[in-house]
Design a binder for this molecule. Structure first.
Ligand SMILES: Cc1ncc(COP(=O)(O)O)c(C=O)c1O
Length: 403
C-alpha cells in the first residue's frame, strides 16, 4: 500500500452559508484581540528558497506556529478568542470593546466572577484553553483521550487547569466535557469542533485561527508575494483548515489559492466522505491511533465540512511515515534554508510536498492541483516538538521511516 490515498473534490456544493464567518470584518477583530496580549508577536514565516528550487516550484513557505505565545502550537489562537467572545457576550459588549487590558483589570475582576471552561483535547487545544483561562483569570477543566502522553498532560496541569487522561477516544471525551459542563453553573464548553446546536463557540475558535493566516499574508506581501497559489492544510475536525480556507476565499474571491486537505489515515473522515460523495459526512470510529495526535478526529466539524466541500480541491489521507518524513525534511533542510522544528501534526504538509515534488510520486495529484514551476506553496507547521521524546525518536532515531 502507498503512503497516501487521495480524492478529488467532486462533492455537491451548498449555498456556502458559513463563509461569512471568516469575513475580513470578523477576522480583523480576532487579530486586534490577539494583538492586545503582551505576549503577542507574529510567528515566523520561513522562506525555503533552496527546497523550492530543488522541487521546481517558485516558492515554498512555512508558517511556524511553534513560536505561538510560547506554547509550541497555534491552537491558543482559537481558545483565547473564544473566551474573549464569550465574556464579551456575557457583558453585552462587542469583542472590539474589550481586550487583554480590560479583561485583566481590577474593575473587570470585581464584577465578573470566574467561569469554568470545559474542553476535550489531544493536548494543544487544552493547553491553549488552560493558558488563556490563566491569563484572563478564568478556570479550565481539560479531558484528554486515552493514548495522550503524560508530557502533554503535565503541560496543561502546569498552567493551573484541572486535567485528566480519560479511558475514552477523542469524540467520547468531547461528549463527556459537554455533560460535565451541563452540571456546572457559570460554565461553558469551549470545544474546537461543532455539532448540531453547538456552533457559536467553535465558530469563534475558527475566527481566532485566522490570525495566523492574516499574519502569513502580511509576511508574504512584505517579500513581494501577493498570494500563495496553493495551501496544504492538515485537518483533524477541520476547523483550522476551513478557517484558513474561509479567510482566503473571502480575501481572494476571484482567484483563491488551491487548497489540499491532509489527514492521518487513522482518522480519514474527510477523505472517506469525499470518496462516498453524497455530501454527507462519514464517521471514522475506533481508537484512531496515529503519531499525528492533533489530527486523530474521526468526526468532521459540520461548519468546516461545509466550507471545505465548497472550496477544497482534494482530500488526502496520509500514513504516519509521510508526516515523520516531513518532520525530518524540515529539521534537516536543504543547505541555506532555515531548519524548522515541526511536530507530528505540523509536518504532514511538508511530507506530502516532498512525496509529490521531490520523489515524484502521485503525479496525478500534482496535476490535479495544477502545481508547476510558478507555484508558491504555503504550509502551516501548526506545532513544534509538543512531545519532545516522540519528536526525537522520529527525527533523531528515525522512527516511522519510509523506505
Ligand atoms: C498541531 C495541530 N495541527 C492541526 C490540528 C488540526 O486542527 P483541526 O482539528 O481544527 O482540524 C490540530 C488539532 O488539534 C493540532 O493540534
Amino acid at each position: 500500500m502507498g503512503a497516501m490515498k487521495w480524492s478529488k473534490n467532486q462533492l455537491p456544493k451548498t449555498e456556502d452559508k458559513h463563509l461569512s464567518l471568516m469575513s475580513k470584518s470578523e477576522t480583523d477583530k480576532a487579530r486586534a484581540f490577539h494583538r492586545s496580549f503582551p505576549q503577542y508577536d507574529s510567528t515566523p514565516l520561513h522562506d525555503l528558497k533552496n527546497a523550492a528550487a530543488e522541487m521546481g516550484i517558485a516558492g515554498l513557505y512555512v508558517k511556524d506556529e511553534s513560536y505561538r505565545f510560547g506554547l509550541n502550537a497555534f491552537k491558543v489562537l482559537g481558545g483565547s478568542y473564544a473566551i474573549g467572545k464569550f465574556v464579551a457576550q456575557k457583558l453585552g459588549k462587542d469583542i472590539s470593546e474589550i481586550d487583554y487590558r480590560f479583561l485583566t483589570s481590577d474593575e473587570f475582576k470585581a464584577n465578573f466572577p470566574p467561569c469554568t471552561f470545559f474542553t476535550a483535547t489531544d493536548g494543544n487545544h487544552g493547553r491553549g484553553i488552560a493558558w488563556a483561562a490563566k491569563q484572563l483569570g478564568q478556570k479550565a477543566v481539560v479531558l484528554m483521550p486515552k493514548g495522550s502522553t503524560e508530557t502533554r498532560l503535565n503541560h496543561i496541569k502546569a498552567l493551573g487547569a484541572e486535567a485528566t487522561i480519560e479511558p475514552l477516544n477523542y469524540d467520547d471525551c468531547v461528549r463527556k466535557a459537554a455533560e460535565l459542563s451541563a452540571k456546572t453553573p457559570s460554565s461553558a464548553v469551549v470545544q474546537d469542533t461543532a455539532w448540531e446546536g453547538y456552533e457559536e463557540i467553535p465558530g469563534w475558535i475558527m475566527q481566532g485561527y485566522a490570525t495566523m493566516v492574516d499574519e502569513a499574508m502580511e509576511q508574504l506581501n512584505a517579500i513581494g508575494i501577493d498570494r500563495p497559489t496553493h495551501v496544504f492544510l492538515q485537518a483533524g475536525v477541520g476547523s483550522m483548515a476551513s478557517a484558513v480556507t474561509g479567510y482566503l476565499v473571502n480575501r481572494f474571491p476571484e482567484n483563491p489559492p488551491v487548497i489540499a486537505v491532509l489527514e492521518c489515515s487513522a482518522a480519514e473522515c474527510y477523505y472517506r466522505s469525499a470518496i462516498e460523495g453524497s455530501g454527507e459526512a462519514e464517521v471514522v470510529g475506533g481508537d484512531l491511533a496515529s503519531i499525528m495526535a492533533g489530527l486523530c478526529c474521526g468526526e468532521v466539524n459540520p461548519t468546516a465540512w461545509d466550507i471545505l466541500k465548497n472550496h477544497a480541491a482534494a482530500f488526502v489521507s496520509c500514513e504516519d511515515t509521510v508526516s515523520a518524513d516531513g518532520m525530518r525534511r524540515l529539521a534537516a533542510p536543504v543547505k541555506g534554508d532555515p531548519s524548522v522544528i515541526s511536530g507530528e501534526s505540523g509536518a504532514v504538509g511538508m511530507g506530502v510536498v516532498d512525496l509529490l515534488l521531490r520523489r515524484g510520486e502521485y503525479p496525478e495529484l500534482k496535476e490535479h492541483l495544477g502545481i508547476d514551476e510558478n507555484s508558491k506553496i504555503l504550509l502551516i507547521s501548526t506545532e513544534g516538538d509538543t512531545d519532545p521524546e516522540l519528536y526525537r525518536s522520529i527525527v533523531w532515531q528515525g522512527a516511522h521511516s519510509s523506505k
